[in-house]
Write a protein that binds this ligand. Structure first.
Ligand code: ATP
Length: 345
């Protein structure tokens, strides 16, 4: 049971301000889509529209081809067959942890007849690390524990659409990685359509099979994690998703000649979106730089070095530009050194 979500030319204004300017997006049934973008770009606004909490100023949203939101009419959230984990967890103060999940299971669309909700609820709560908190009330839990109750409740609801807004934001790093796994395996088991809002590129890439990258109320790019990471279509996507260095230079056929480079340096065999040719730039991800021989490549000076275990993170200055290079933690160069940077695919 999964649902197709279509967002068609949505604009959402708050007074004179357009939080969403013109947004279209498709979430095919059973897919896991991450909406990724910086703070204030309109992610939550879009998710609230998909949930049915707000109506669009113009445009419409369809579930399985049927309009559920338009400026004239919206189907309320409780009639959309959606589960939600929002930043405010909206737990029920009078219900215990176990009650939350049992309640959701009882109201789940797909509950097997004769199944024992208590046992299933305990399994789900154990999987999110709340096995020891079954009889606590929300007021007796930490922020991270409340977030996990909201997550367990949404998983138990087993709806065709699951909408999540930064559901792991109040968890520590280890638990976040564990919960990612739990969310993904629940998605695989239920084959529901997940829309997941995050500002964390790593989280989006690890979990989603499609990413919608947003900036200032517009969609910049939609694609697989690999697409947006390796083939960004704009300077914003390149910098936001992969922290790419925007190297100026000239295109000569399929090869790029970085500006100010020494030797006969040409970076060839690269597949870039048309934007980069028009802009006379090339996006080099920090892990694609290498130190090369004296006089060969782009000259730069090391401003600082950070040890990161397996890698060294260099901050460099080249002319008036600041760049990043992530290189294997061998052959460390000291800050202040002059180096030559080359590109490696
Ligand atoms: P964050 O990651 O910080 O939650 P976001 O991408 O989810 O950011 P939104 O919450 O969608 O951003 O907000 C988009 C823009 O719309 C922001 O500039 C915000 O101030 C504005 N905005 C959101 N809701 C309202 C509202 N009810 N009235 C006025 N402005 C609003």
């Amino acid at each position: 049971m999964s649902t197709e979500i279509s967002v068609e030319n949505i604009r959402k204004s708050f007074g004179a301000f357009d939080a969403l300017k013109s947004v279209s997006a498709q979430c095919p049934p059973g897919t896991f889509t991450a909406i990724l973008g910086p703070s204030g770009c309109g992610k939550t606004t879009l998710l609230r529209l998909i949930a049915g909490f707000d109506s669009p100023t113009t445009g419409r949203i369809l579930f399985d081809g049927k309009p559920v939101s338009s400026p004239e009419r919206i189907t309320p959230p409780e009639r959309r067959g959606i589960g939600m984990v929002f930043q405010s967890f909206a737990l029920w103060p009078h219900m215990t942890v176990l009650d939350h999940v049992v309640f959701a299971l009882r109201h789940s669309h797909k509950r097997e007849k004769g199944g024992a909700p208590g046992k299933e609820a305990m399994r789900i709560l154990e999987s999110v690390g709340l096995g020891a908190f079954l009889s606590r009330y929300p007021a007796q839990l930490s922020g991270g524990q409340r977030q996990r109750v909201a997550l367990a409740r949404a998983v138990a609801g087993n709806t065709g659409v699951l909408l999540m807004d930064e559901p792991l934001s109040s968890l520590d790093a280890d638990l976040r990685v564990e919960m990612r796994r739990e969310i993904m395996s629940s998605h695989r088991a239920h084959e529901n359509t997940v829309v997941y809002v995050t500002h964390d590129q790593e989280e989006a890439m690890a979990m989603a099979d499609r990413i919608i990258v947003m900036n200032e109320g517009l969609v910049e790019q939609t694609g697989t994690p690999e697409d947006v990471y390796t083939r960004p279509v704009s300077a914003f996507v390149a910098q936001f998703v992969s922290k790419a260095n925007l190297v100026p230079g000239a295109w000569e056929g399929d090869a790029f000649r970085p500006g100010g480079s020494g030797g006969d340096v040409r970076w060839s065999g690269v597949d870039v979106a048309p934007f980069w040719r028009e802009a006379g730039m090339f996006p080099v991800r920090p892990e694609q730089f290498r130190f090369s021989d004296e006089g060969h490549g782009v000259p730069a000076v090391i401003e600082s070095v950070q040890y990161q275990g397996r890698e060294l993170h260099y901050s460099l200055k080249s002319g008036d530009r600041f760049w990043k290079a992530y290189l294997p933690a061998v052959g460390r160069r000291a800050h202040g050194s002059s180096v030559w940077l080359d590109f490696e695919q």
